[in-house]
Each structure stands twice: as C-alpha cells, then as structure tokens.
Design a protein around this ligand. Sequence first.
Ligand SMILES: [Zn+2]
Length: 415
Amino acid sequence: MSARISDHVDGQRLWRDLMDLARHGAIPLGGVNRLALSTEEIEARRTLVAWAREFGAEAGVDDAANLYLRLEGRAAALPPLLTGSHIDTQPTGGKFDGAYGVVAGVAALRAIAASGRRPKRSVEVVAWMTEEGSRFAPGMMGSAVFTGKRSMDEILAVRDRSGVSVRDAIAPVLEGEKHLKRRPTGYPVAGYVEAHIEQGPALEAQKKTIGVVTGIGGKRTFRVEVQGEPAHAGTSRRRERRDALVSAVAIVDALQKAIWDDADTVRFTIGMFTVTPNAPSVVPARVVFAVDLRHDDDATVRRLGDLVPVVCEQAKGNCDVTVVPLLYDPPLEFPAAMRARVAAAASALGYPAMDLPSPAGHDSRYLHYHCPTGMVFIPCKEGISHNEAENITPADAEAGARVLADVLFELADEA
Ligand SMILES: [Zn+2]
C-alpha cells in the first residue's frame, strides 16, 4: 500500500480535465469566456457532475448554485474538508484562473478513490457561484452566502448590465440540476484548502513550484461621482462651464500623485470611467469612476483609503463630487498550522516552495472566517492572468494537485 495519496494523482488525467473544462466557453485566442450562470457555465457544471460519477462522489447543489462533489468519509456525520474554487471567468479570461482549483480538487478526489483508502471525514470539491464579479458584481457571491457574509436575498437582487438578475439567471441552473442532491447553503466545515494559479510573477521568478499562501491583502473600493452641467460645445464659454470630465481628470491626477509610493507596494487602479452624456459636442455633465486600492498592511489601506474623499474634494474644481465607499476587506493571515501543512507536504514531495501573500481576492477570504483555511499557489507564465494568454505547465499543475491531495487527506483523516 502506498504511503501517500499523492502517488495516485494522475497528472495526464488532470491536464485532460483542464482542457476538457476549457472547451466550455472557449474563445479564439486560446482563452475562455464563461460568465457566471451562463449557458457555457451550465455545460461546464454538467462535466463536473459527470466526473463525480466516475470516482464515486455525490454531486449536490445549494440555493446559491454552489456545486459540490462529495466523496464520503468513514465518519460521514462529521463536518467535511472542503476544497475547490470557481469556474466562472472574465469575458476574456484564461483556462486556469479558478478552473485549476476545481480540477486539482477533482484530481485529489480521484486519487483518494484510486488509493482504495477512505479518510475519516468526507472531502468535498466546491465550485463557488460567481467569483469573478464580471457579470454579477461584487464577486465571491456563492462563498459569501455560504459563510453568512451576505444574504440570499441580497445576491438574488443583483443585476448584470443587460438587466438580468441573479434570481432570473439562477433559476434555469437549479432547474437543470434538480436531480442532484439539494444541499444546505452553509454548514460546519473542518477546513478549506484552495489551490489557485498565482496570477503574479513571484514563483516563476524565484523558480519555485509551490506557493504557501500566507494571507490575502487588504482592499478598499469607492465609486466617485463628479457632477457638472451639460452645455453646448460651440456656444458655451469655457470659463463658465462646469465640465465634469475636466474635474474628473484633475481628481484622477491628484489621486495618482497622493497615492504614489516609491516602494511601489500600493496597488491603485481606476478601472472604470463613465462619461455622460458621452456625446462629441456636449460638455460632459457627469463622470462616474471606480477606485480600487490594495495593500498588505491594514494601516496603509485605511490611511490611503481615507485620503480618497479628501483628495477628491480638494481637486474637484467647480463641479460637485460624491465619494461612495463600496467595500473594505481588511488584510488577513491564514492560520500558521494550515500554512505549515502546505509547506510540509511540498517539502515531503521534494517541491521547492516559498511563502507569499495573495494580492488578489479569492473565495478563501470568506472561508477564512468560517473554518481553518489555507491556499496552495502554482506558478503561471509571466504572471499573466485575466487574459487569454494565461498559461501554466502540466508539471506544475500536477505538483499543486499532489500537494493538495496529501494535505486534504491528512486533514480529513485526523480527529
Ligand atoms: Zn480566481
């Protein structure tokens, strides 16, 4: 009998599963467009359910359309171990963001089944509903509802850009999966371990195979609304205008300068900018833009976030400005015991590993407040992600799945 579950991880099968999943929503440059609750995602979910049958797991779904593949343990009544990630993507996303964590979880379950051994606790792979937030925002909806961070009613009311609500979009998903076991939305969990591509360049640069994720960085977001007055581009005199675009550009410039740091550790982004009426011969009446601010250090996130309304007010010129705080996620640190498990599993398998924080958000953020949580990163080519060119190697994919399989089995098999 083999000592490690990871000996039963089938790297070729793992790669084939990744490529099979990437067919759902495939786009021409090699990427994937598989928005949350879309037809493409429904098809991908069917593939996951078909896989579950192959290795004797039971597929289930909850009211939030989180999809579970459960491999029953010897003591099925105990809280299970969870792993997984998400299978929704950005509109021009890659094959691996999210999908890797789900497929690596499937590889771990396949390995446990192939080993002929059963851990004490059940192990479940979850595909969380709407992580990306590209169709329904903000993202991480399924894990937020599962952990009690947001209510079901709150997420059902969210609409996409064409006016379709989560309530409308979720109905056909649940209807198509009504033959699956209906699961409660949230229950006690013994631990959560999420595998994910790094989405940054550190592992590749340091020639490491496994990232032991120390925690998730802090984030604040704001919506800034600049209100001016519309006027005729030909007849209105410039000195008398209240041009919302001119004010908004001054504000953006002032924010860039105020939030600049020489060490370049602060992440500050204006990724959305809307001008109204956005007509060639009308002085802009209104501009709305989004501020996304991130840092590992809570005091820095707070201090710089507090600067945003002050700088906006100072630089607004003769327009009015309103700053709406949208989100504040403090930085978090995963428990040392979970990090030590990941590090020990990587070391036992001979994979070079390093500690690193995650600047990007993941479903693990919400699970962290629900149960002991850890993450395993694998390198991605040149750190490219949220891009069709996103890429990983089959060897790294297998390494991450092997570490995940050993950690999951170990945690699931102890008291
Ligand atoms: Zn992701």
